[in-house]
Write a protein that binds this ligand. Sequence first.
Ligand code: ADP
Ligand code: MG
Length: 385
Amino acid sequence: MTGTDVAARAAAGFTATYGAAPAGLWAAPGRVNLIGEHTDYNDGFVLPFALPQRVVVAAAPAASGWQVHSELTPEPVTFGADEVARPGVLDGWAAYVAGVVWALREAGLPVPPARLALASDVPVGAGLSSSAALESAVLTALVELGGLDLPVHLRPALAQRAENAYVGAPTGIMDQAASIRCQAGHALFLDCRSGAVRHIPFDVAAHGLAVLVVDSNAPHRHVDGEYGARRKSCEAAARLLGVPALRDVTISDLDPALARLDDDVTRRRVRHIVTENQRVLDTVAHLDAGRIREIGPLLTASHTSMRDDFEITVPEIDVAVEAALSAGAYGARMTGGGFGGCVLALVDADRTAPTATAVEAAYEMHGFPAPTARVVGPGPGAARL
Ligand code: ADP
Ligand code: MG
């Protein structure tokens, strides 16, 4: 399904639901994180890029309240200021939309009453951030439809608030920042402490390369509990080490810091975060210098660290990484929060099909359900179409 189809579906969904044409179409992409996993809530560094897959919102002003149609359900959902003011009243996907209205109103902005229709080709629940794409598309549509004064650099935090405080999912800022601020042909180097971003050239196609994203289709196992446990142990380690966050332990501080911790699990958690932050910095240095292939070993080292030190991978994920590397990938790693989700591999542009086939064959041999492979390049961030 191409992006054009998604825009056409959003427009058609709008017209079929409301009997009129939309005033405009706004799109926001899903994302994949090139490197920097679980570093966001440690005030560290991440390096996501926007996927070509995106959520498109068709929208028009309305007399009062908000009405939203999604392809996920036949009937549109209607809500007014009352529901918006009470987080928890709406559940399911409509909460993501109402959460954006809530966050904008909390920021004192006069959100316009509107009719919306959504279409998307971002796979849901695959770790490619369909939720942030949805929030970012709705937020961009409402801000521009209402002519609201909200500079782009302040938008990710509002979309994140919608997800954290209204939907109730404790996620970091990376997904919304990527969906809103990414640029085509670039990855987004984000300092999660300051919110500062830099666009890093990552034009894989121009270098004869491609990124293959393989969805393991593995069931997510204990994600919420394990995510919370990792967060807690990082925060506890920072307290023990007397720093505001693990971001403040640099690679040269690592050995003395580890020597001060007597619990082996905590030591490994800290080692992952500290080395992962350094790998993001090293990746940025290579990309700034135009050395895309050279990031391969950093990607693979990131995977090893997630597997052995942070312990957030599952067999399906490790098998996909091994198979991609055996098929000649420059590097491969799990991307996303873990316990399922996707693997990304950096490969020669003419090696995407054989690499995907190698992963499929390995899955068959292990008796795993078939994976889904997609070739992705860095696309643009949220925008009016
Ligand atoms: P991920 O962000 O990794 O895809 P999440 O569980 O964070 O997974 O978010 C998925 C949720 O986002 C869905 O369950 C649904 O509520 C919402 N969502 C995503 N895409 C759409 C869509 N096209 N229409 C309505 N809701 C959507
Ligand atoms: Mg999400």
